[in-house]
Ligand binder design. Structure first.
Ligand SMILES: Nc1nc2c(ncn2[C@@H]2O[C@H](COP(=O)(O)OP(=O)(O)O)[C@@H](O)[C@H]2O)c(=O)[nH]1
Ligand SMILES: [Mg+2]
Length: 284
């Protein structure tokens, strides 16, 4: 009998060689994700895992940031693991709270930026700091618990198999809770729109819970990344695929933020609407 791990590798290999000749894209369909290999004791597996930096962009997340760092703590078992909070001068004092957390926890660092420029520039600044700091794996996730820290080991484990791992709502086993119809439609529509225009078989192109291997971010010219809102997620994945890296989607359940306010605006949606076709037609 094939173990889940073997099965997932097999499934991925089939997808890579069969369905998608041009891109190396796959989905992890197996049911057991959270272990590297069930046959190896976990203490030994830790030695194999590479260091991970988790980038948390924050704008007015004072109610969430402390709990978020606490929830991530037990998952950051490698000595090189770090959390990097990228705060854009949040008026609610998130930056100050982050500094306090960093003062008490040597695994936490804070990058303060003067102005709010959107998610894209905040992540790009965070990526550069993580690369300079020696991160092997760079994880990006929302700081509002929409991305559950419990899935972090799953993403890290899958990064043994693919250059970019996407926590995906739209593969078997993934989903969304507590979202209204409008938001669901927007997300589904956005993914379908991008997928169709860019002609890539990634299900969750707008997803923002991802793990990049460092080589990926070193190869892509980050100074060329133009998108700032949701389309940042699409643009990054698109650039990764075009650079020939492998992509794997692993299922996650996304939940609406419980506290604080969303920064989503019509301008962010509008940006995605024109930027995605622009990406496609800019040529390769
Ligand atoms: N540093 C920074 N973080 C941001 C900015 N916009 C959103 N965020 C953070 O990005 C994450 C996702 O944003 P959120 O408002 O939850 O968007 P939504 O989930 O699409 O509603 C959260 O952690 C936000 O605090 C920004 O301009 N700068
Ligand atoms: Mg959110």
């Amino acid at each position: 009998m094939l173990e889940p791990w073997g099965l997932s590798v097999f499934t991925w290999a089939v997808i890579c060689t069969g369905k998608s000749e041009r891109w190396r894209i796959g989905t992890w369909f197996s049911g057991e994700f959270d272990e590297y290999d069930p046959r190896v004791p976990s203490s030994e597996q830790e030695q194999y895992r590479r260091s991970a930096w988790v980038i948390l962009p924050t704008y007015n997340e004072a109610v969430n940031i402390g709990r978020m760092v606490e929830a991530l703590g037990p998952k950051l078992t490698h000595e090189g693991d770090r959390i990097l909070i990228v705060d854009d001068a949040s008026p609610d004092g998130t930056g100050r709270i982050a500094d306090q957390i960093a003062g008490d926890n040597p695994k936490v660092q804070v990058l303060h930026r003067r102005i709010k420029e959107g998610l894209g520039p905040a992540y790009l600044a965070g990526f550069r700091v993580a690369l300079d700091g020696g991160a092997d794996l760079i994880v990006q996730m929302d700081a509002d618990f929409s991305h559950d820290p419990a899935y972090l080991p799953r993403l890290l484990a899958a990064s043994e198999l693919a250059d970019l791992v996407i926590g995906s709502r739209y593969v078997p086993g993934g989903g969304i809770t507590e979202w209204g119809q409008v938001r669901r439609l927007l997300s589904r529509g956005g993914s379908l729109y991008s997928r169709t225009l860019l002609r890539v078989p990634v299900r969750d192109l707008t997803g923002g819970f991802k793990c990049f291997r460092r080589e990926v971010l070193e190869t892509i010219d980050l100074s060329q990344v133009a998108a700032s809102g949701y389309s940042f997620q699409v643009e990054m994945t698109w650039r990764v695929i075009r650079a020939g890296f492998s992509v794997m989607e692993v299922p996650i359940t996304f939940r609406e933020r419980q506290q604080g306010d969303s920064k989503m605006t019509t301008a962010i949606v509008a940006e995605a609407a024109w930027r995605v076709p622009a990406m496609r037609f800019r040529g390769r």
